[in-house]
Design a binder for this molecule. Structure first.
Ligand code: ADP
Ligand code: ADP
Length: 218
């Protein structure tokens, strides 16, 4: 479903963030991308989503070079929640989650139903009209995931979704992601520390200094 062929990324300042990465992700995968801070995890996720262009190599999504893939449909098919959350603090949860749909010009009823559904999924239905700044960090993390789910993406990219969370909240977020994966969503998730999982993940990819140094498939 997603294939990286000989992908390198060198930032304009000369930093080599990724060095000849070859990877394949299949439909239904639940893959953990593990590596220390600065290893290249975020860069890899951005490249998979077409947000950063590789300096070298190609990324195929459904067999098509993502640089040629229709941008809008790529963004709908690949949901992402990055660590910095990028939520608007003084707007409601509803506004934050529905923003992508408002841009698309969906009807209010359509938007409302969809937002209600995704918020129920992340167990935040009752916080729909709260301002984001009134939420705890774990709740914000879930709002960010809810927003990523609004288009029912077939791939979900999560950048350190459990970073800064206490063990219980992290566990809850992971459980939820596992359920999504069981329903068929392909999940690629980065982390800099080993987390405890239930039956998942199906794969662990280790990355160090921009290179893939280990692949384990369970
Ligand atoms: P991780 O997500 O594993 O912490 P990143 O992909 O964020 O790693 O970063 C990989 C390397 O690229 C690091 O050395 C980081 O400092 C560098 N880097 C990331 N983004 C940029 C950028 N926009 N410009 C220059 N260097 C960057
Ligand atoms: P956590 O235990 O996850 O750190 P908090 O102690 O930050 O959670 O928050 C506990 C609850 O209080 C959450 O449900 C959150 O929505 C609510 N809350 C936190 N800060 C505010 C605030 N400034 N105004 C209103 N509600 C808040």
């Amino acid at each position: 479903m997603i294939e990286l062929k000989n992908v390198s990324k060198v930032y304009p300042n000369g930093t080599i963030a990724l060095d000849k990465v070859n990877l394949k992700f299949n439909k239904g995968d639940f893959v953990i991308l593990m590596g220390e801070s600065g290893a290249g995890k975020t860069t890899l996720l951005k490249i998979i989503r077409g947000d950063e262009e590789p300096t070298e190599g190609t990324v195929l999504f459904e067999g098509v070079d993502i640089q040629r893939y229709n941008r809008t449909s790529l963004r709908r098919k690949i949901g992402f929640a990055f660590q910095d959350l990028t939520l608007i603090d003084d707007r409601t949860v509803f506004d934050n989650v529905s923003l992508p749909m408002q841009f698309r010009g969906a009807s209010f009823r359509e938007i409302h139903n969809k937002v209600e559904a995704v918020l129920s999924e992340v167990r935040l239905r009752e916080k729909m009209y709260k301002l984001v700044k009134e939420l705890s960090y774990g709740e914000k993390q879930r709002v960010s995931i809810a927003r990523a789910l609004i288009y029912e993406p077939i791939v979900l990219l999560l950048d350190e979704p459990t970073g800064n969370l206490d063990v219980d909240t992290a566990r809850a977020v992971l459980n939820f992601v596992e359920v999504l994966n069981e329903r068929g969503t392909t999940v690629i998730m980065s982390t800099h520390h080993l987390i405890e999982f239930g039956n998942k993940p199906k794969g662990i990819i280790k990355i160090r200094k921009g290179r893939i140094v280990g692949k384990e498939y369970v």
